[in-house]
Design a binder for this molecule. Structure first.
Ligand code: GLA
Length: 397
């Protein structure tokens, strides 16, 4: 308990933290910063930010709450290498400058991803050419930030995600079991064109043209370009226990066994207050433990909690608050979980804020409001980050 109370200035705020349920706004205001509350447990706490918003002083001040930062889009292949061999680092450099000036670390997101990928890369059909293009991209981007970006999401969203029964089936046909995108004939079958639309389509030029070994290739190239950077595979809907997290677990076990330089798994953690599916907190705790048992680190890379659902607003707000608290506690109680990043700072800028299908209801998935002011749930999250970590010995099998 020794760290837990240190940063809370007011007794009223403290009483609320301990469960009175009122005055939680006051608690949020009394906290020094998220980075300060997370520091004693040895975790970093980060946010994805946008270079284009940094001219707004209030936004920049909120960004400095965090000990790490992730460029929301600036290091994706599309913005960073829009034409073959033509690189644009302005946005990422601006974010890196903020990090350097404020003693923050930067996560790199992301090197190889089937989405936000320029058409010229998607059009490559020759295996050797695509390998050479990946090599140039990783060498240039990771090499430029060698020693300055401490962790990279090397491969993002490599696994397919079940999106409901196609063609009237009620069960998932075996060909839709989670697998590396683009590596199964059904991924490009015109019969499944509807499943293949959008950013969550089944296809990936990397899996289709190179095969599953593109993942190992990307990790080895990234490691050669910066041997000290921590290298992650990052995915969504793989946080709990289910077919997708099992597939990812088996895959990273094999990578580790093959000596591939992978340091960890990024669990995106785009979750919802009301709907949990296989991503209950208990399942997330178990999944983190099996990844830790492989000797991998876990970063929560894109945390946000949508309020959308069918229960009363009050019930959903309670569930949302619980989710922020439970996931933060799950990380703090797991020695291998070393970083938590929220995907954005303020609700109105979140990609999820408009996802509710009910009227004009907003999903309010983040910790700061419209004016970049701390929401009551910020205080809950901060208190959870401050929990004393469980000693490593107590969490080993
Ligand atoms: C995924 C990606 C992020 C971001 C979000 C939505 O989670 O990893 O980079 O694009 O989708 O905005």
């Amino acid at each position: 308990m020794q760290h837990r109370l240190r940063f809370f200035a007011s007794c009223a705020g403290l009483a609320c933290l301990l469960g009175c349920g009122s005055n939680s706004s006051a608690v949020s205001q009394s906290i020094a910063s998220l980075r300060a509350v997370a520091r004693p447990s040895g975790r970093t706490v980060g946010a994805a930010i946008s270079a284009s918003r940094l001219d707004d002083a209030v936004y920049a001040a909120a960004a400095r709450e965090f000990s790490t930062t992730t460029p929301e889009n600036e290091l994706k292949w599309g913005p960073v290498e829009p034409e073959p061999g033509v690189f644009s680092f302005d946005g990422a450099d601006r974010i890196l400058a903020l990090a350097a000036e404020n003693d923050m670390r930067m996560r790199g997101h992301t090197l190889v991803w089937h989405s936000q990928l320029p058409d010229w890369v998607k059009a490559i059909s020759d295996r050797d050419e695509l390998i050479a293009v990946i090599e140039r991209h990783i060498n240039e981007v990771v090499g430029r930030y060698r020693g300055r970006i401490y962790a990279w999401d090397v491969v993002n969203e490599a696994f397919t995600d079940w999106r409901g029964p196609p063609m009237g089936q009620t069960e998932r046909p075996p060909e839709f079991d989670p697998h590396l995108r683009g590596t199964h004939p059904s991924d490009t079958d015109p019969m499944y064109a509807d499943l293949n639309a959008g950013t969550n389509g089944l296809d990936s030029v990397f899996g289709r043209v190179i095969g599953p070994e593109y993942v190992e290739l990307a990790f080895r190239l990234a490691h050669a370009a910066d041997p000290n950077a921590l290298l992650f595979i990052n995915d969504f809907n793989a946080e709990g226990l289910g077919a997708k997290s099992d597939a990812l677990y088996r895959f990273v076990s094999d990578l580790k066994a093959a000596g591939v330089p992978i340091d960890g798994v990024g669990l995106q953690m785009h979750i919802s207050a009301e709907t949990m599916g296989d991503r209950t907190t208990a399942n997330i705790v178990q999944n983190m433990q099996r990844l830790a048992d492989l000797g991998l680190q876990i970063h929560i890379t894109e945390f946000d909690v949508s309020l959308c659902g069918t229960l009363s607003l009050e019930e959903r707000r309670t569930l949302q608050t619980n989710r922020w608290r439970e996931i933060a506690e799950a990380c703090v109680n797991q020695p291998a979980c070393t970083a938590i990043t929220t995907w954005g700072i303020a609700d109105p800028n979140s990609w999820r804020d408009r996802e509710c299908s009910v009227g004009a209801e907003r999903s309010e998935p983040l910790l700061f409001d419209l004016n970049y002011q701390r929401k009551p749930v910020y205080g809950t999250f901060a208190a959870a980050l401050q929990h004393d970590p469980v000693p490593a010995a107590a969490t080993q099998h």
